[in-house]
Design a protein around this ligand. Structure first.
Ligand SMILES: Nc1ncnc2c1ncn2[C@@H]1O[C@H](COP(=O)(O)OP(=O)(O)OP(=O)(O)O)[C@@H](O)[C@H]1O
Length: 541
């Protein structure tokens, strides 16, 4: 089976999202679609899956033209798609979700259930996609939910599978598991179109690479191209893939500007998601929080912003206790916040780019006064930010929800980093942005630090933590395992992330038995051989 897109053009008003794109997907290949934010990748895939109709162009399967009026036609033609935001019903089981929308299914009778469970078991076994058909989707980690989506597509006999930034929400371990599944699909002769911004992933898994820029194909590459070459092709200029920064200019005796003291935060079920966490950040210093997703980082950030109640402990900025204050008061106190889930927590999809760039600032100078917005000031600000952060949008009046994922992220970062800050808290600050935008955002974060601000970066990307952090705190099961210097080895940090003290036994579940992190690992010790030694020792075990 081979799939061909010929001369695909798609316009949204005056904006040409796809401009005569040709793409050929061969049987049994993993074809990477690479391109800067807003290049038109998702648009092209949405056309292939029937979600958008092209203005021009053809789609051919084995030389025959297809008419794809909607996803139903795409599925019938053997095309499956896994979106970034899953389309699963959380209160249903895996098997029930598989049955939904399947034309063979009646009113969810037991015969259908039995068949769905059998289908899941069969596809799971064939491609190494382990899933319990009776599990409730709501109880499954993101990586497993994604697997359910893949199984759903495979049961509908997808021969071409579209994966649009599937790894953006996965842990490194889950990414490796996904890659294993992708390889077994390739071996079985299925084709995969894979979109990602992570060049290491492209090199690890792609058979062929097509690069798109501003709606047109600008080149193709093979996985032996270097990351620098791929980055250059993507954005059309040289990109620095490492963060350029001097060590922090703060002495160990500098008074902290921001402190979290013995903080405990509960999750929805009343368990301690953040469990007695303490740390300080000095002015002009970046503290990076490393950890596998789901170890309390989200709750920590939300508590700092006042979006989640604090059960115990204090949050102090420049000597003022923020603990009891509302989120609005904290933002006004100079806390900048880039949340991990931008569409949920940071943007109003139907409001314009310009409005989103002043979301909580519109009623005070310089953007307004006593509840009234100064439209001219808001527009001027938007024009400036759009230029400065290279936000690709048809205009500043465009609803932010129609921007590409990476450009939505740039709107959030632009807003949060363009006001007078006394603390910056950024969770997954570069999620979904291209290498060029990543370089820029990293530079801005370092500039914020260099102006004397305390900065808290939460990231599941260890490369990002290493690139930015002056000290690294590792979180595991709601606790900080240790705070270590930035030249600590990956092995050492990896062990801490997995809950093991590199020079001791795993952390006991009973907090009463837990050793103080500082004692256990020499946290806060100056950078040096000791930690590397520990790491090696731990690795050998
Ligand atoms: N429904 C829509 N209405 C208006 N404009 C749209 C719509 N969907 C996409 N666009 C525009 O089309 C262009 C291409 O967007 P697309 O989402 O395809 O980019 P992308 O390459 O997937 O980017 P990213 O890497 O940021 O996800 C963008 O300028 C976007 O704003």
């Amino acid at each position: 089976m081979s799939l061909e897109l010929r001369g695909i053009t798609k316009r949204f008003g005056s904006l040409v999202a796809n401009d005569g794109i040709d793409l050929e997907v061969r049987p049994g290949e993993i074809h990477c679609l690479l391109g800067e934010n807003g290049a038109g990748k998702s648009t092209l895939m949405n056309i292939l899956y029937g979600l958008y109709q092209p203005d021009e162009g053809q789609i051919l399967m084995d030389g025959r033209e297809l008419t794809i009026g909607g996803p139903r036609d795409a599925i019938a033609a053997g095309i499956g798609m896994v979106h970034q935001h899953f389309m699963l019903v959380p209160v249903f089981t895996v098997a029930e979700n598989i049955m939904l929308g399947d034309e063979r299914t009646g009113p969810l009778g037991w015969l259908d259930r039995r068949r769905a469970r059998r289908d899941v078991a069969e596809v799971s076994a064939r491609y190494g996609l382990q899933v319990d058909p009776d599990a409730l989707v709501a109880d499954l980690p993101v990586g497993v939910q994604q697997r359910v989506e893949i199984i759903k597509a495979l049961i509908r006999e997808a021969r071409v599978l579209i994966l649009d930034e599937p790894t953006a929400v996965l842990t490194p371990q889950e990414t490796q598991e996904l890659f294993a599944v992708m390889r077994s699909l390739r071996e079985a002769g299925r084709s995969i179109v894979f979109i990602t911004h992570k060049l290491k992933e492209v090199k690890a898994i792609a058979d062929r690479i097509t690069v798109i820029r501003r709606g047109t194909v600008v080149g193709t590459a093979t996985p032996d191209a270097s990351e620098v070459e791929l980055a250059g092709l993507m954005v059309g200029r040289q990109v620095r893939l490492t963060v350029d920064k001097e060590p922090a200019a703060v002495g160990p005796d500098t008074e902290p500007a921001f402190s979290v003291e013995d903080l405990t935060v509960l999750d929805e079920s009343g368990q301690a998601a953040v469990d007695g966490v303490s740390f300080d950040i000095r002015p002009g210093e970046i503290l990076g929080i490393a950890g596998v997703q789901g170890n309390g980082q989200t709750e920590l950030a939300e508590a700092i912003l006042g979006l989640r109640p604090v059960a115990e402990g204090r949050i102090v900025l420049d000597g003022a206790d923020l603990t009891g204050r509302s989120p609005r008061q904290r933002l006004r106190a100079g806390v900048g916040y880039v949340p991990e889930d931008r569409s949920h927590d940071a943007l109003v999809a139907d409001s314009s780019v310009a409005e989103n760039l002043v979301l909580d600032l519109y009623d005070r100078p310089p953007f307004g006064r006593r509840g009234t917005m100064d439209v001219r000031a808001v527009r001027e600000n938007a024009e400036q930010r759009v230029g400065e952060f290279d936000i690709r949008t048809a205009s500043i009046d465009t609803p932010v929800g129609t921007l590409s994922g990476g450009n939505q992220q740039k709107v959030v970062v632009a807003r949060e980093m363009s006001r007078p800050l006394r603390l910056l808290v950024a969770a997954q600050p570069t999620r979904g942005v291209d290498v060029g935008a990543m370089e820029f955002i990293h530079k801005r974060i370092v500039a914020e630090r260099d102006q004397g601000r305390p900065v808290l970066i939460i990231s599941t990307e260890l490369d990002e933590i290493y690139g930015l952090a002056d000290r690294i705190a590792v979180m595991y099961r709601g606790k900080i395992m240790a705070i270590v210097p930035p030249d600590t080895s990956r092995e050492h940090i990896g062990l801490l992330m997995a809950g093991a003290h590199p020079d001791g036994p795993a952390v006991p579940d009973d907090p009463a038995e837990a050793t103080e992190p500082a004692e256990a690992t020499g946290a806060d010790a100056p950078a040096g051989a000791q930690d590397t030694e520990n790491a090696k020792g731990g690795d050998d075990e």
